[in-house]
Write a protein that binds this ligand. Structure first.
Ligand SMILES: *[C@@H]1O[C@H](CO)[C@@H](O)[C@H](O)[C@H]1NC(C)=O
Ligand SMILES: *[C@@H]1O[C@H](CO)[C@@H](O)[C@H](O)[C@H]1NC(C)=O
Ligand SMILES: *[C@@H]1O[C@H](CO)[C@@H](O)[C@H](O)[C@H]1NC(C)=O
Length: 318
């Protein structure tokens, strides 16, 4: 009789399961910071959330590049097992059935992290999620900006170089003209997994020109242009390095001067600006000639730039 009851109970359970109802593992999601700084005392909390719908947790396991480094099995005593990752450790006090905190990170620990959750008997339903984490070694100094000249006459080309010290991963460089982003160069990424620090470099050729409006903005960059978005222009730098020049044309600013700067960024955890360089017109023309105030002129730049980039994207898509 008791046996019968048990069987009925089991069938009842199974029907629920088949119905997709209960005791299954659902909504597994991983949350890992995209980037963290390296160094003693730096840490990252990796989380996994899930819904067991009434089932018990059998185990949660964490992997880095397919190597398990933390396991939590509530039924076992002690429930926690740690397998060391080189140079780092797991903070047991802040690790449990949902999260693991790793401390003292170094850039060699960059890579894909995974959490694998298994529900308890009878189904041992298992699921796994992956997310990338990059451990960042930022550049030592601010980016350095040099310009070929600090004054211009109309029609002149001003050359500017922005260079950034070695870092992991190589930073992106954004060009800033009077507080507006005009272009972004994206550092090469395909060999990031060798964990080497790399320098970053970007070259800009700026022409100050009484140009037709459709010629204002980014006029040319490298051949290996890969995409344009909004008012930024993005290209890969490494290939054919010599030819990698960002060319930008601006109308003469009514104030007869502008500032140029560059910013090195690594994901959302590092951003550092170069010194700004103020560039003045040799013989300033009065502002009334153009009939625009400085803010008007700037928004004209961006509007034209946006449409230029849109056409570049269009051309590229063809
Ligand atoms: C789990 O996912 C379902 C749909 O798949 C959703 O309706 C529900 O709100 C989610 N629950 C949680 C806790 O996120
Ligand atoms: C920019 O870098 C290039 C190549 O490294 C160099 O030839 C040029 O003189 C530099 N220009 C400035 C203004 O620093
Ligand atoms: C550089 O920019 C690209 C495109 O926005 C982005 O995908 C990449 O993560 C950035 N790299 C770094 C190191 O910030």
């Amino acid at each position: 009789m008791i046996e019968m009851k048990r069987i009925c109970h089991l069938i009842f359970r199974l029907l629920f399961l088949l119905d997709g109802g209960v005791w299954s593992l659902r909504n597994l999601s991983i949350s890992v910071p995209r980037a963290v700084l390296s160094g003693e005392g730096q840490s990252a909390v990796l989380r996994c959330s899930y819904d067991l719908e009434g089932a018990m947790l059998y185990s949660i396991r964490w992997y880095r590049a397919e190597t398990e480094f933390y396991r939590f099995v509530p039924r076992e005593m002690p429930p926690t097992m740690v397998f060391s990752l080189p140079g780092t450790s797991v903070d047991l006090a802040q690790s449990d059935h949902q999260q693991v905190r790793i401390v003292n990170l170094n850039r060699r620990l960059s890579g894909d992290y995974q959490c694998e959750v298994t529900a308890d008997a009878p189904l041992f339903h298992t699921d796994i999620r992956t997310a990338p984490l990059t451990v960042v070694d930022p550049p030592f100094r601010a980016p350095r900006l040099s310009v070929s000249r600090a004054s211009y006459a109309r029609g002149d080309v001003i050359q500017a170089n922005c260079s950034v010290d070695e870092a992991y991963p190589a930073p992106n460089i954004t060009w800033i003209l009077d507080d507006h982003k005009i272009a972004e160069s994206v550092s090469w990424r395909s060999s990031d997994m060798d964990f080497k620090e790399r320098e970053a470099f970007s070259r800009l050729e700026l022409t100050v020109h009484e140009a037709e409006h459709y010629k204002v903005g980014l006029t040319y960059t490298s051949s290996n242009l890969n995409r344009a978005y909004q008012d930024h222009y993005i290209y890969d730098r490494e290939e054919n390095e010599d030819k990698e020049v960002v060319r930008y044309t601006m109308v003469p600013p009514p104030t007869g001067q502008f500032t140029l700067g560059c910013v090195a960024t690594i994901f959302d955890i590092y951003a550092r600006k170069s010194d700004l360089i103020n560039i003045k017109e040799d013989t300033p023309h009065p502002a009334s000639v153009t009939g625009e105030d400085s803010s008007g002129a700037v928004s004209t730049h961006s509007a034209v730039l946006t449409s230029l980039c849109a056409s570049a994207a269009l051309l590229h898509a063809l």
